[in-house]
Write a protein that binds this ligand. Structure first.
Ligand SMILES: NC(=O)C1=CN([C@@H]2O[C@H](COP(=O)(O)OP(=O)(O)OC[C@H]3O[C@@H](n4cnc5c(N)ncnc54)[C@H](O)[C@@H]3O)[C@@H](O)[C@H]2O)C=CC1
Ligand SMILES: O=C(O)[C@H]1O[C@H](OP(=O)(O)OP(=O)(O)OC[C@H]2O[C@@H](n3ccc(=O)[nH]c3=O)[C@H](O)[C@@H]2O)[C@H](O)[C@@H](O)[C@@H]1O
Length: 464
């Protein structure tokens, strides 16, 4: 089966970069990315490719090459569905904020809306692909909805979870560790659909890295992968607290254990806590699924990863207050970095939001500098927490364009995102501008301690 027309519903952090790379690697396939968010689509179509809505190293170059050739961004969802042979569903699946499963389960309302729209619009057979991260067995619900019209259109449902990490999305897509495709291997049509998707990826991914499984294994593998990754971060963060009490150094411990080939060196960096749109929501979802099957021990085991992460964010902020003589009221604190990791403008669940909120509750004045995050985003993140009024957030928090401006007359600096540029700052100049004693809290183990201490900083780094 030759695929000529792909539609992707959802032009977000996954849909945008993933489809851009497919369009680049498969120039004969027309790829249309659609979204109901008009502003986002307008930004994707901005003639200035540097102004596309998602910052990812290397992405604007690909968009420049493929956009208008075989890559299109549109709000006409119906037309794109109608024309497509293959439809990726890449919409958001956040934690539910209401009703049954509130605060735990994934909210599947956008997924269901997509399925209903596909069912309503389609006149020809389609391969429908779950690209969003979904609870195991969602494909069964999709099948029910798609098959309910009785209009004779046939659907093959595949699961093809995405493993890219933000900040390295383009590299991860170009050179993935594996591509996972779950489908119905028991029928001829199911195998054909899987082969069609394998062929798309095989345009640039070696076949041995393309793994095919049953749908349920594929859906569950995505949640499992994120749970294992987040668990490593919580495990090393738990050890970072013990290091601080014992004189051990978490970087040395990470290196020592990471050289064991069974453990491996990656994802062992202690931090102020993991953020991002997915680790927390996917583990909460896993915990919820386990609870619905009455698997109490399984649920409690994975929930601990989240509890540890909450503790890490809280204890970092509490340590700041304690170190600064048990009060930060009226003190100016500069936060360097607001994104949940470097090389992205995404702030969802960023540890910086929670640290700032904690300090604001202690009546600190906050000044934020992040090279890629807008002022509007910082306020919207704080407002979303609902800890205080929007006016109060705007009164207590300032967002500036330069790290030097952020640190002027500050009592303390907190480094909360590991942007490379922070390593290269003129730390003597920053110190000179600050009130004394000048406190420096490194939540990322980014900075070299000795030179900062030599300058005169009261220096604190996580896990040291
Ligand atoms: N952000 C990431 O790094 C990764 C995310 N994922 C998963 O991918 C999925 C998407 O995540 P993101 O791209 O980060 O979300 P996002 O929020 O950036 O993008 C989702 C987009 O879908 C659009 N949308 C929602 N309902 C729609 C509908 N009915 N019709 C058309 N458009 C609709 C929204 O307007 C939004 O622009 C989630 O399930 C997430 O768990 C998986 C791997 C990595
Ligand atoms: O499903 C998803 O959304 C994605 O979630 C993560 O990707 P992402 O959240 O973009 O970024 P990561 O590099 O995993 O970082 C997540 C958080 O953990 C933190 N982290 C990561 C690694 C580490 O050693 N220490 C640490 O604190 C990062 O700073 C960041 O806040 C996974 O790495 C991706 O494979 C997955 O596709």
């Amino acid at each position: 089966m030759e695929i000529r027309n792909i539609c992707c519903i959802g032009a977000g952090y996954v849909g945008g970069p993933t489809m851009a790379v497919i369009a680049q690697k498969c120039p004969k396939v027309k790829v249309t990315v659609v979204d109901i968010n008009e502003k986002r689509i307008k930004q994707w179509n901005n003639p200035d490719v540097e102004k596309i809505p998602i910052y990812e190293p290397g992405l604007s170059e690909i968009v420049k090459e493929a956009r208008g050739r075989n890559l299109f961004f549109s709000t006409d969802v119906d037309k794109a569905i109608d024309e497509a042979d293959m439809i990726f569903i890449s919409v958001n699946t956040p934690t539910k904020t209401y009703g049954i499963g509130k605060g735990m389960a994934a909210d599947l309302k956008w997924i269901e809306l997509c399925a209903r729209q596909i069912a309503e619009v389609s006149k020809t057979d389609k391969i429908v692909i779950e690209k969003s991260t979904l609870p195991v067995r969602t494909a069964a619900a999709l099948r029910d909805i798609l098959d309910s019209t009785g209009n004779g259109v046939k659907y093959q449902i595949l699961s093809n979870p995405e493993f890219l990490a933000e900040g390295t999305a383009v590299e991860d897509l170009r050179n993935p560790d594996r591509v996972l495709i779950g489908g119905n291997i028991d029928t001829e049509e199911g195998r054909e659909a899987m082969e069609a998707l394998v062929n798309i990826y095989a345009s640039w991914v070696p076949r041995e890295k393309i793994l095919t499984t049953n749908v349920w294994s594929s859906e569950l593998s995505k949640l499992t992968a994120n749970a294992f990754l987040a668990q490593r971060v919580s495990s090393i963060n738990a050890m970072s607290e013990l290091c601080e009490k014992t004189g051990a150094d978490i970087n040395e411990v990470s290196k020592a254990i990471g050289m064991d080939s069974r453990i491996g060196p990656k994802f062992l960096k202690a931090s102020v806590g993991f953020g991002g749109s997915c680790f927390q929501k996917d583990i909460l979802n896993l915990v919820y699924i386990a609870r619905t099957f009455n698997l109490k021990e399984v649920a409690d085991y994975w929930e601990q990863v989240i509890l540890m992460n909450d503790h890490q964010k809280r204890r970092f902020a509490a340590n700041m207050v304690q170190t600064m003589y048990n009060t930060v009221a009226g003190k100016k604190i500069a936060i360097l970095g607001w994104a949940f990791k470097k090389d992205t403008n995404d702030t969802r669940e960023s540890a910086a939001i929670y640290v700032a909120d904690y300090l604001l509750n202690e009546q600190a004045e906050i000044v934020v500098y992040d090279p890629k995050v807008t002022e509007e985003q910082v306020y919207s993140d704080l407002d979303y927490l609902g800890s205080r009024s929007g006016d109060a957030n705007r009164q207590a928090v300032t967002v500036v364009d330069s790290p030097y401006e952020a640190c002027e007359d500050a009592h303390a600096i907190a480094v909360l995102t590991e942007w490379d540029e922070f390593k290269e700052l003129d730390w003597q100049k920053l110190y000179d501008q600050m009130l004394k004693p000048a406190f420096l809290f490194d939540g990322r183990r980014l900075l070299e301690p000795k030179t900062k201490k030599d300058i005169g900083f009261e220096f604190y780094a996580i896990g040291n």
